[in-house]
Design a protein around this ligand. Structure first.
Ligand code: TRP
Length: 338
């Protein structure tokens, strides 16, 4: 079995991909494709852990998300791109890992209590939600991934994955390598309101937004709170809008806008129009590709099914070893693992 450097990451199918996801994850995923054997998946089961009461959107989200990912540059020829629920080995490994995972470890994961508080409109006192990081661990260990590109918010999950892997190895032999987090080297993308861009805050700009939507959203963007009148001078270094210039505007334009803002030569209203144009220019090719991809959903389904078949191949190899290690392997030698 080959153990070249495997990268794995996943994204919950809870909505459209926004600029925070793009700069915080997807852009990095695209770049890693040239250097590693990459597995990227849409975590539809993970979406169910929080959205089980209203699952209607999940299937649709998964396909839209696939279109977003492909339009951003993920390439099914170079990476294995799949959907979690089409590779049921994730569930099998999750079950087996749950046997050895102490409850206390799960209750102590900081995101657990935080999320229950933050998403107080949802009842998250379920077995599935407590087990979320075990499912995530199964996602990673199933492919014996060495590297997991994620945002800093996932650090505690990765730590737990390493601990569960170690515990498994100590009981049953050396099967899983230690997965390391590859934290994305980009700054946090602020939302329209200056908090972190996040779907749950309703402050996102999505890859799928139309030019008009982007312009309207930029009009609502928070700017420098100390600049109240048009004649007041601005402070680009602390202005939320200027963070977007850093991501989307050329060095020349950044310098020009910053200078004009500091001298009160450009007003926030004009600046909002300007940044909307910059963002729209960046999004135009992505938008065109995703619209094209979504014209034929069967092609998208084919991509998922082909990717999931490739994923299942590696997953099957791992499970074969795992079942043997647990003394529950009833397949004859050489027999297909499924
Ligand atoms: N929990 C991750 C998030 O919310 C998504 C995820 C699920 C994931 N399974 C994973 C990320 C496996 C990396 C590896 O962003």
């Amino acid at each position: 079995m080959t153990n070249e450097n495997v990268v794995l990451s996943g994204m919950r199918a809870t909505g459209r991909i926004h600029l925070g996801n793009y700069f915080g994850a997807v852009k990095n995923w695209v770049e890693l494709q040239d250097r590693y054997r990459c597995f990227y998946f849409i975590a539809d089961w993970h979406a169910l852990t929080t959205d089980y009461a209203e699952p209607k959107q999940i299937g649709d989200n998964s396909l839209e998300m696939l279109a977003d990912l492909l339009a951003s540059g993920l390439d099914p020829e170079r990476s294995v791109i799949f959907v979690q629920s089409l590779v049921p080995e994730h569930a099998e490994l999750h079950l087996l890992l749950s046997m050895i995972t102490p409850l206390g470890w799960l209750e102590r994961v900081p995101t657990y209590k935080e999320q229950i508080k933050e998403l107080s409109n949802k009842d998250l006192f379920t077995y599935g939600f407590l087990g979320y990081p075990v499912l995530q661990t199964a996602d990673i260990l199933l492919y014996r991934a060495q590297f997991v590109p994620v945002g800093e918010d996932q650090a505690s999950h990765l730590e737990l994955s390493r601990e569960i892997g170690r515990r498994f190895n100590s009981y049953f032999g050396d099967i899983f390598p230690e997965p390391k987090a590859l934290f994305t080297p980009t700054p946090k993308v602020p939302g329209l309101d200056g908090r972190k861009m996040s779907k749950s805050y309703g402050n996102t700009i999505n890859l799928s937004d139309s030019p008009e939507e982007v312009t309207a959203k930029c009009r609502e963007m928070f700017t420098d709170p100390e600049r109240i009148r048009r004649t007041d001078v601005g402070h680009p270094e602390t202005c939320n809008l200027f963070q977007f210039h850093r991501l989307f505007s050329s060095a020349e334009l950044q310098e020009k806008v910053a200078g004009e803002c500091r001298r009160a030569q450009i007003g926030c209203v004009d600046d909002k129009r300007l940044i909307a144009d910059q963002i729209n220019e960046f999004l135009a090719p992505i938008r065109a590709r995703r619209q094209d991809l979504l014209k034929n959903r069967d092609v998208l389904l084919d991509i998922l099914s082909a990717g999931s078949r490739k994923a299942a191949e590696r997953a099957g190899e791992t499970m074969d070893e795992v079942r043997s290690a647990l003394s529950i392997n009833y397949r004859k030698v050489g027999e297909e693992s499924r």
